[in-house]
Design a protein around this ligand. Structure first.
Ligand code: SF4
Length: 315
């Protein structure tokens, strides 16, 4: 069931996720399309999320947007300071001076390459002292090799030790890579194409902004309606590997799936190993915290002997 509508206001609206946005030519959604998009979201009773370009929108756009309940997703470089201050989600794509720009109110998404993460991860521990929540999103998972995955495993251990100390002293920093799995008893994926759909500046629907940017076919439009082709393939129930998996914090990114396996419902080994390294380290983090007292007794993360659920299935 559809729950969220992402309204990508301009072609230049920065990425908040795994995909890279190569567009720098302004192509703002027409005011008419904006109104139709909002109307669609209201009629379908969807949670509306606006993805903003970095330049300030015309006043009439801002007024129209403020008429409806919504979530603002902006990049840290947004020139509209008022919007930047009130936005629920701020996307940062550089580690440079990152701690200087943060506050304890907003949620952050830090888009990073694996190598920048390996170089700068210690900064993340400073960041976790400031912010309530930060999501780490890798921009080059397809380039991960065994050495990278081993490095990631070791770094997760180090960050986990830090987070354990914070939890033991009653602080609760949150990050998707280590604490989300604490709270989950079932899959909490991106669900693009199933629970989430994107309307782009051309007034057409796409599985997510990445599908719009990479010339994927549309899934209908505001005039003729939403028609997701092969919609069952975006559902967890039709993802044979993922539906047997308990790395509940994984995004199950259908765009990365398609990029790396040519199938929207089939993840690559790299995606699965990364999600299972995170899942296994969260299991250890729970144990570290529980040495000091009762902590989330209702959550149990069983020990497993695989990092890729595909190995479990083919065994
Ligand atoms: S499918 Fe979801 S996780 Fe993947 S790039 Fe799109 S929004 Fe991000």
């Amino acid at each position: 069931m559809l729950k969220y509508l992402i309204i990508k206001l301009c072609d230049t609206a920065p990425s908040f996720c795994h995909y890279y946005n190569p567009n720098n030519v302004k192509n703002l959604m027409t005011f008419e399309t904006l109104k139709e998009s909002i109307l669609f979201g209201m009629k379908e009773n969807l949670n509306i999320q606006f993805l903003y370009p970095d330049y300030e929108l015309p006043t009439e756009y801002k007024e129209e947007i403020d008429k409806v309940d919504h979530t603002d997703i902006v990049s840290f470089w947004n020139k509209d300071k008022e919007l930047l201050e009130k936005a629920e989600i701020v996307v940062i794509d550089s580690w440079h001076d990152v701690t200087k720009h943060l506050n304890g109110v907003q949620s952050y998404i830090l888009r990073t390459s694996k190598d920048d993460f390996f170089k700068n991860y210690k900064v993340l521990m400073e960041v976790l002292l400031i912010v309530q929540r930060i999501n780490i999103v890798f921009t080059d998972i397809s380039e991960c090799n065994k050495e990278d995955l081993d490095k990631y495993k070791n770094i997760l251990e180090e960050i986990s030790d830090f987070i354990a100390k914070e939890y033991i002293s009653a602080k609760t920093p949150q990050t998707n890579i280590l604490t989300d799995r604490f709270l989950l008893k079932s899959m909490n994926n991106c669900n693009a194409g199933d629970e989430v759909i994107t309307v782009a500046p051309d007034g057409k629907f796409y599985v997510c902004p990445a599908f719009y940017l990479y010339e994927e076919k549309d899934e209908g439009n505001l005039r003729d309606g939403l028609k997701v082709r092969n919609s069952q393939l975006y559902k967890l129930s039709h993802a044979p590997i993922c539906r047997q998996c308990d790395a509940y914090q994984c995004k199950r990114c259908v765009w990365l799936n398609k990029q790396m396996t040519l199938e929207v419902n089939t993840p690559s080994r790299e995606q699965c190993v990364i999600a299972h390294l995170e899942r296994n380290q969260t299991r250890k983090l729970l144990q570290q915290i529980r040495v000091h007292g009762i902590f989330m007794p209702e959550i149990e993360i069983p020990e497993i002997n695989y990092l890729d659920p595909f190995d479990k299935i083919v065994r």
